[in-house]
Unconditional design. Structure first.
Length: 63
């Protein structure tokens, strides 16, 4: 298990820096698996709001 990547993804998702898909990817999980992790850690899932003109495959890196 990649605990550092998971912790980092949870932190960045909780702060609003990453979308659900981006955080799941960063944690090495599917969005469904990451959603289960959010529930496990008591993190509320945010509603996804699509941004106009943003490439959905663009991944944000925070390192």
């Amino acid at each position: 298990m990649h605990t550092h990547a998971l912790t980092q993804a949870l932190t960045l998702y909780r702060s609003g820096t990453l979308t659900l898909a981006q955080a799941a990817s960063r944690a090495g999980r599917t969005t469904e698996e990451f959603t289960a992790v959010l529930e496990q850690y008591g993190v509320d899932k945010r509603p996804e709001t699509p941004s106009v003109g943003v490439d959905p495959d663009h991944h944000v890196r925070a390192d």
